[in-house]
Design a protein around this ligand. Sequence first.
Ligand SMILES: [Zn+2]
Length: 128
Amino acid sequence: MAIHCPACASENNRFSSRYQSKRASFLSVNDLRECKECHLVFAHPMPLDGELEQYYSTQYPDIFLSTFSNDVVRFPVQLAQSRIGLLGRYMPMGDGEKILDVGAGNAVFGKVLKGMVPDATYDAVEPD
Ligand SMILES: [Zn+2]
């Protein structure tokens, strides 16, 4: 059965390394594979939904997901503001722009972006 890259769907990928959990997370994952087309390294098989739910419900405090005015998230918010400012030098950042955030993590960049440019369209990809 072919293994598809979760980002570009290519079947052209190779074994990269065995996956070794450091915190007994994602025990269903056996290997890390590298896509030969887009070079994304991805888990194979992908973590189970229950493993992802467990990870995200214990790794990030709720406040991280609900607000960006707290000290806990000051640094990623400032980093996102800096990145948006940098991007603004090279591309228009006005209303109606379409932004794709590859590797969005918990989407702090998107939250800050929507605060600065409310009518921008924000899409996120988080292959993990
Ligand atoms: Zn790929």
